[in-house]
Design a protein around this ligand. Structure first.
Ligand SMILES: [Zn+2]
Length: 138
């Protein structure tokens, strides 16, 4: 896992493996892909329909996020990346980068299109989650 910043590696290891670096490297390496997000986005768009069908089957049409009280109630479903393809959250949180002249804070490439990184999300949870990176309740 080629994280540009050590602090980012630590952030994800803390979030996903309670700081256990060995476990994190072993269990989460396939969740990350540091290539240009545009390339990953293109790949994802080509696969999206198939991934969606596979996830609906795999999870029996149930939302994997379960973040809101009325999760799945009258909701539609989408494919969500557990680790987002790109995010500027760590640039904001850890490096305190600020917006300059109305431009958004620079994003970094993180998530992969590996099947392990996909979750089936109801539209309500997806809207709640937005671009946050969070662990999913098991
Ligand atoms: Zn939900």
């Amino acid at each position: 896992m080629n994280f540009k910043y050590k602090a980012d590696f630590k952030y994800f290891a803390d979030l996903l493996s309670n700081g256990d670096i060995v476990k994190f490297k072993k269990q989460y390496k396939d969740y990350f892909d540091f290539r240009d997000p545009l390339i990953k986005r293109k790949e994802f768009n080509l696969l999206r329909d198939k991934i969606f069908k596979d996830l609906v089957k795999k999870y029996n049409g149930k939302c994997q996020l379960r973040l809101v009280k009325d999760c799945s109630v009258n909701a539609t479903f989408v494919v969500d990346h557990f680790i987002p393809l790109s995010s500027n959250i760590l640039n904001k949180k850890l490096r305190k980068l600020k917006t300059i002249k109305g431009k958004k804070v620079l994003t970094q490439s993180f998530g992969s299109n590996n099947p392990v990184n996909f979750v089936l999300a109801c539209s309500k949870c997806n809207a709640y989650k937005k671009h946050r990176i969070m662990n999913i309740p098991n």
